[in-house]
Design a protein. Structure first.
Length: 157
């Protein structure tokens, strides 16, 4: 699933729905914090740029990516128009990476099938921290920006 030539951080601003009446939750994992903070800031700045009111951007912190499912599930019970799940899972020496990555992807997919509020998947699953840096404000863009644009688009379905 190559993403070359599809860096969505560069997009046509005018084609994105206005955010002034929206309430968006950002569920943020604490693992690989420097990366998830950069993703969070990319997402938040993009929402502000599209007129979402700062008080209506609500951050919910969870310990790790595995807990994004529960955090997003709780957020679906609240009054949000969209939810962004932000995490960074980096390959280690064991198979933990696969279990967490697959579980989080399936968990968030399930929330989208069951719940009424769309949950956007902003979880990096990289082999190295360098790859994650490149995707959180480096030469591959910032996936937090892309997630915010996706969330805004999903609210208008
Ligand atoms: C345990 C673990 C490991 C090994 N690696 C990561 C990671 O790269 N990224 C991440 O977000 N979380 C990791 N975790 C923590 C799990 O997501 C979870 O928080 C714990 O297993 C407790 O449920």
């Amino acid at each position: 699933m190559a993403t070359a030539g599809n860096i969505l951080s560069q997009y046509d601003h005018s084609k994105i729905p206005d955010g002034k009446n929206l309430r968006i939750a950002l569920v943020v994992s604490g693992w690989n914090e420097a990366i998830t903070e950069a993703l969070f800031m990319g997402a938040k700045d993009t929402l502000l740029d599209h007129n979402v009111i700062e008080d209506k951007i609500v951050r919910i912190d969870v310990p790790g990516s595995f807990e994004l499912i529960y955090g997003a599930s709780r957020a679906q019970q609240m009054d949000f128009d969209a939810i962004i799940a932000i995490g960074c899972i980096i390959q280690g020496e064991t198979r933990h990476f696969e279990f967490i990555s697959n579980t989080v992807a399936h968990g968030i997919k399930d929330l989208n099938l069951i719940g009424k509020v769309p949950v956007v998947f902003c979880v990096l699953t990289d082999d190295t921290i360098e790859q994650s840096k490149a995707r959180s404000g480096g030469d591959k863009g910032n996936k937090g920006v892309e997630a915010a644009v996706t969330a805004l688009r999903m609210t208008s379905l």
